[in-house]
Design a protein around this ligand. Structure first.
Ligand SMILES: CC(C)(COP(=O)(O)OP(=O)(O)OC[C@H]1O[C@@H](n2cnc3c(N)ncnc32)[C@H](O)[C@@H]1OP(=O)(O)O)[C@@H](O)C(=O)NCCC(=O)NCCS
Length: 312
């Protein structure tokens, strides 16, 4: 709990919602600051949700950004609106002038005004966010298991796995996810445009794939993953399956999805998925075969204390 009020420095820049003409400039600030290829940022730029972004302008040029995704965060079966912050970036030459804080502060004010009680983010650096009232609140682990040690599965009579079709499957995928996360704590639920652009279709990522398990006509699980290079095997073009989502509502679906990922064995080296440290999937095998490949602590800030407590 903060003992004093938040005070943001006065900044010498105009902070506003960007316009259509600014997409390329935003992409360049993000690529430079967040260290990813500018072609990827430009390819993604048509999908930037401008209304959910705040930019700092100096001489009418974008020099800093902050963006949010309107998420729902689940706590013990209760859902709370949560502003999921991403794309916080300031051009290297403009840092230390309060620009990132000003952009994010504007997002926070607007979220509070529309009644969103929570905001959360994955910090690359802690201090700027701590100053704005965020604090470390939870852990997101990326678990990994070698495909070779997955249990052998008899696929007879299990739900078939097929490539997801956004048009046909999106509503059902979202419904399946909503049922699955009602029993989880702190898990995020994206909105429909996020599901479509960033999870199911992801047109800028040629390694991406989304598959669904359909049991008796209903989607009961799905996996959304990308292939990442892993040359630790006997061939130089091996890869791992890194899942953004690995969701199974029941044991039959879990076994069907595991059999599917096992079929990548050989060039495919491992399955990676994210979840809390005590994720039930870590019980898959009786040995220490599940490792933590990455651990990312996330930060939370309560924007509306009454709303947050009543909502839980
Ligand atoms: C992190 C980043 C967005 C900060 O931008 P900025 O415009 O310089 O931030 P602000 O001026 O609003 O800084 C706010 C406070 O955080 C501090 N801060 C900024 N960057 C910091 C860093 N890398 N490490 C520690 N503290 C930092 C500032 O000193 C300032 O505190 P102060 O006023 O007490 O000095 C910018 O450095 C950046 O683009 N970094 C690369 C991309 C990145 O890591 N983005 C965050 C992803 S979660």
């Amino acid at each position: 709990m903060r003992g004093d009020a938040l005070r943001l420095p006065d900044v010498n820049a105009d902070i506003r919602i960007p316009s259509e003409d600014d997409r390329e400039q935003i992409a360049r600030v993000l690529a430079t600051s967040l260290n990813f290829p500018v072609e990827n940022a430009l390819a993604r730029s048509p999908t930037f949700p401008l209304q959910d972004m705040r930019c700092a302008y100096v001489d009418d040029r974008v020099v800093a950004t902050a963006a949010e995704s309107p998420f729902t965060q689940w706590f013990g079966g209760n859902d709370l609106a949560c502003s999921g912050v991403w794309g916080v970036a300031t051009e290297p030459e403009r840092r230390g002038a309060g620009l990132a804080s000003a952009c994010l502060g504007r997002l926070m004010d607007d979220a509070r005004r529309r009644g969103t009680p929570l905001t959360a983010l994955y910090p690359a650096v802690i201090e700027p966010y701590r100053r704005l009232g965020y604090e470390l609140a939870g852990t997101y682990d990326e678990h990994r298991i070698a495909l070779d040690v997955l249990p052998a599965i008899d696929t007879h009579d299990l739900p078939p796995i097929e490539v997801a079709d956004a048009e046909r499957d999106q509503d059902e995928i979202m419904a399946c996810y909503a049922r699955w996360l009602a029993g989880r704590n702190g898990t995020i639920e994206p909105d429909a445009p996020f599901w479509r652009a960033r999870l199911i279709e992801r047109p800028w990522d040629e390694w991406h794939r989304a598959v669904v398990a359909r049991d008796d006509g209903t989607i009961t699980g799905f996996a959304i993953f990308t292939r990442v290079p892993d040359t630790s095997g006997h061939l130089s073009f091996g890869f791992g399956l890194k899942c953004t989502m690995f969701v199974a509502e029941d044991d039959r679906t879990l076994r069907a999805l595991l059999a599917y990922v096992s079929s990548y064995r050989g060039l495919g080296r491992w399955l990676g998925w994210s979840g809390p440290p005590n994720d039930p999937m870590t019980l898959l095998v009786g040995t220490q075969a599940v490792t933590v490949a990455d651990r990312y602590r996330w930060m939370l800030r309560i924007l509306d204390v009454r709303g947050a407590l009543e909502g839980r």
